[in-house]
Design a protein around this ligand. Structure first.
Ligand code: GDP
Ligand code: MG
Length: 431
């Protein structure tokens, strides 16, 4: 997330209502973040307009501060635009035909092989059709994939017409029953009129049940134009985004989905046949915003209502605060899990944060055995006091030492959280 956006979100932290000027300032930065993620310019513009309308005047809810509220609204809308929930093609008992289209190099042939493996493992009887009528090498590539997966590959001949291909396919199915046929087609490096006609003809002859556009996540700005053209010339029913294992943040997915309105069924995540996953809009939304699972943290903070987790200043985070927080956090699930949702935090976390519930109870006992003065000012806890506290809580002096060390580390972490705008201090309306 850009520093500038972070600054704006920080400034919003003490507001209880989102004003138009604030939202607009934040949205300028959100738009930049989208463009950096390769979301098409016009899609970013439209998206920001929609979010602004939703955000202005909104009450800041529950335990979120205003900055988090903006992020939440943006994230929710991004997930919605990407399709909401993960979605898969609906298959009939028989007669399913997938028609794969896309530019050359997008990953059509690879994805065809991946789909064959995916559906074969689900018990489907798959047949692949190598329908590149110009390049024998392209057909060979699919034949090899078919062999690897263990499914037959029907080859189209050079210059074969769509009607001939259809007859050939029907003849094959007479002798070898198949319930899912996946047709791999030819591509071009650029949108090409002759190819579009050819694909439209073949599609017309085969009447596929799904027409899937394969989009390379690295396509960037061009994804919009590609998706728009295939949608208008061929007609699409769904999308597959490949090469999500690369550096691309996923803006191409947003653009393609936005312009076609068609579901993104799968994401390609490696060159291997196993590298196909359902497309999860929430994960990709986080990736587009460059925020990782911070959003998950916001959600959980919301669920447990962290109002009472508010702390004063980082330096003032004392053992009494720790006790109160531990009791709050226990409502939310394992502390380690929660902390590990913050990007970069999993490596920085000391092993002490693998606290299970039993340990949390022990810490509770230890702090409960301290006087309020000791909790507020841990520095006064000398050797003698440590011994007394250990006895009182049924623990050892080493346990007390570890707790005090953990508290120090936690204090540092609180400072970091606050710098990230995630700390509870100030919170809604401040205190
Ligand atoms: P086609 O021209 O559309 O059929 O594209 P191909 O299926 O031949 O793929 C082009 C290149 O992209 C090949 O080198 C593939 O191995 C690679 N590729 C396809 N999908 C993925 C993916 O999801 N991740 C990665 N890393 N590479 C991919
Ligand atoms: Mg190919």
């Amino acid at each position: 997330l850009g520093n500038k956006l972070q600054d704006i979100l920080d400034k919003l932290r003490h507001e209880s209502k989102l004003t138009e000027a604030q939202v607009k300032a934040a949205m300028r930065e959100i738009r930049m973040a989208l463009l950096e993620a390769d979301v098409n310019f016009s899609v970013a513009k439209d998206f920001v307009a929609r979010v602004t309308e939703k955000a202005v005047g909104q009450e800041v809810m529950g335990s979120l501060n205003a900055g988090q509220m903006v992020v939440k609204i943006v994230n929710d809308e991004l997930i919605e635009t990407l399709g909401g929930q993960a979605k898969q093609p609906t298959l009939k008992n028989e007669g399913n035909i997938f028609f794969m289209v896309g530019l050359q190099g997008a990953g059509k042939t690879t994805s065809t092989g991946k789909l064959a493996q995916y559906y074969k493992s689900k018990g489907r009887r798959v047949l692949l059709v190598a329908a590149d009528t110009q390049r024998p090498a392209a057909r060979d590539q699919l034949k090899i994939l078919g062999q690897q997966v263990g499914v037959p590959v029907l080859e189209v001949a050079n210059g074969e017409t769509p009607a001939e291909t259809k007859r050939k396919l029907e003849a094959h199915l007479q002798s070898d029953y198949r319930d899912l046929i996946i047709v791999d087609t030819a591509g071009r490096l650029q949108i090409d009129e002759a190819l579009m006609d050819q694909l439209a003809d073949l599609k017309g002859a085969l009447s596929p049940t799904e027409t899937l556009l394969v989009v390379d996540a690295m396509t960037g700005q061009e994804a919009l134009n590609v998706a728009e053209t295939f949608e208008s010339r061929i007609g699409l029913s769904g999308l597959i985004i490949t090469k999500m294992d690369g550096d691309a943040r996923g803006g191409a997915a947003l653009s393609a989905r936005f312009v076609t309105g068609k579901p993104i069924y799968f994401a390609g995540v490696s060159e291997k046949l196993s590298g196909l996953e359902p497309f999860y809009p929430d994960r990709v939304a986080g990736r587009i915003l460059g925020m990782g699972d911070v959003l998950g943290l916001i959600e959980r903070a919301q669920q447990a209502d962290l109002q009472s987790m508010e702390i004063k200043k980082p330096g003032e985070f004392d053992l009494e605060d720790l006790l109160q927080q531990l009791r709050q956090i226990r409502k939310m699930g394992p502390l380690g899990d929660l902390m590990r949702m913050i990007p970069g935090m999993s490596r920085a976390l000391p092993p002490e944060f693998n606290v299970d519930d039993k340990q949390v109870q022990r810490i509770d006992a230890m702090i409960s055995s301290m006087t309020l003065k000791e909790r507020r000012n841990p520095k006064i806890i000398d050797g003698k006091r440590r011994k007394r506290i250990a006895t009182g809580s049924g623990t050892t002096v080493q346990d007390i030492n570890r707790l005090l060390k953990m508290h120090e580390q936690m204090k540092d972490m609180m400072k970091m959280l606050q710098r990230m705008g995630m700390g509870g201090a100030g919170g809604k309306g401040g205190k």
